[in-house]
Ligand binder design. Structure first.
Ligand SMILES: NC(=O)c1ccc[n+]([C@@H]2O[C@H](COP(=O)([O-])OP(=O)(O)OC[C@H]3O[C@@H](n4cnc5c(N)ncnc54)[C@H](O)[C@@H]3O)[C@@H](O)[C@H]2O)c1
Ligand SMILES: [Zn+2]
Length: 352
């Protein structure tokens, strides 16, 4: 088992081990003394893993409450949030009980916000079942739901008590979801660790998932423990995301988040070469990794479409945009640019 200890406003462990799901009850009992555990899961994940998790929780003495909702980002809404939180109230969950998020980032974000706000905050455990959730969304304490006006507009910083990651659950993940998670994995290599990126190029990540996940979690932990509330360094985790979010906005649900981030990283790195921030070699290595894991590197969205979408994004502060720009593999910097010059960055990044 790999254990990554996180020291943020709460201290907690991220445990990564194959087969962990079957003994999650005892591990959750170790951090939560309450009587009831509410499992929040989308219907797809519930059908696959709901029973295993419920059984293990019951064996550890929990009364299990099940809150399911249809799978998909379009369900990460205030309406689903209200339905889940009202189930907790109807079941008379108390402040000492806990919420267990079983699923991908949608479930984690939604259940986390439920846990953050129900009775002003109850214990929360994450059991990520997508690669994206394992390496990114389950660690760090960002929780949120979407509004029609934009993604993640309502939420809270709220750390879990425990994160249990069982890489065996990723075996049932559709290939496109695995690929999407790989975009975030590659992102860690680009922002923080050249050797790690090399290891992804040398050997398929699927062959050593425990190590890959633990390495990403440790990198995220390091960043989050230094800057939990995203005042500075944590913004590095947004590499590829300013352009990526803009692509997502333009193409709706036709692209996954990971594919959009892959495009974003490629565009920004091309621009970085053209503007003299990094060498051609840095770009080549990124593109090799994206290609190896079957991720897109180009978009047919136009400069006009993308700049309009990015400027509507909440990450804009005033008339400035923050871009994460690679200087080398394993090292990126944050550049604050005038919103007007974003078009020029997109053009330099090969967008038409
Ligand atoms: N909180 C954060 O720091 C953070 C970071 C990154 C992304 N996010 C959020 O995460 C969300 C995306 O997460 P996601 O990509 O995991 O999406 P998701 O939760 O919708 O999962 C993707 C799909 O995979 C299915 N699935 C999940 N696990 C499965 C398994 N083991 N086997 C088969 N199918 C499975 C789900 O039912 C769903 O259809 C977005 O809402 C994004 O905003 C949050
Ligand atoms: Zn992301």
């Amino acid at each position: 088992m790999k254990t990554i200890h996180v020291s943020a406003s709460k201290e907690y462990d991220v445990l990564v081990e194959r087969g962990l799901l079957h003994r999650c009850g005892a591990l959750i009992r170790g951090v939560c003394r309450g009587q009831s555990a509410a499992i929040v899961a989308d219907e797809t994940v519930w059908a696959l893993y709901g029973e295993v998790v419920s059984k293990s929780l019951r064996e550890s003495g929990f009364r299990v409450i099940c809150c399911t909702f249809p799978a998909g980002e379009q369900e990460k809404t205030l309406e689903t949030y209200a339905a889940v939180i009202r189930t907790l109230a109807a079941e008379k969950m108390s402040r000492s009980d806990c919420v267990v998020a079983l699923g991908g980032g949608v479930t984690g974000d939604l259940a986390g916000f439920v846990a953050a706000s129900y009775m002003r905050g109850i214990d929360f455990v994450q059991i990520p079942t997508t690669l994206l959730a394992a390496v990114d969304s389950s660690v760090g304490g960002k929780t949120a739901v979407d509004l029609d006006e934009g993604k993640n507009l309502v939420g809270a910083f709220y750390q879990p008590r425990l994160v249990l990651c069982d890489p065996d659950t990723l075996a049932t993940l559709p290939p496109e979801q695995f690929r999407a998670g790989m975009a975030e994995v590659i992102k860690y290599g680009m922002i923080g660790d050249e050797d790690f990126l090399n290891s992804l190029l040398a050997r398929p990540a699927a062959e050593h998932l425990e190590e890959v996940i633990a390495a990403c979690v440790a990198m995220k932990r390091d960043v989050v423990s230094r800057d939990e509330f995203e005042q500075g360094e944590r913004r590095l985790l947004n590499f590829g995301h300013t352009v990526g979010h803009a692509v997502e906005r333009c193409r709706g649900f036709a692209l996954s988040h990971g594919e959009a981030v892959a495009i974003g990283m490629a565009v920004l790195s091309r621009a970085a070469v053209n503007k003299g921030y990094c060498s051609e070699e840095t770009l080549t290595r990124l593109l090799q990794a994206l290609q190896q894991y079957d991720l897109p590197m180009e978009t047919d969205c136009t400069v006009e479409e993308l700049s309009a979408a990015a400027l509507a994004d909440k990450k804009r502060s005033g008339d400035k945009l923050r871009l994460v720009v690679p200087e080398r593999v394993g090292g990126c910097r944050i550049e604050t640019i005038a919103a007007e010059s974003f078009r020029e960055w997109l053009k330099a990044g090969g967008v038409q």
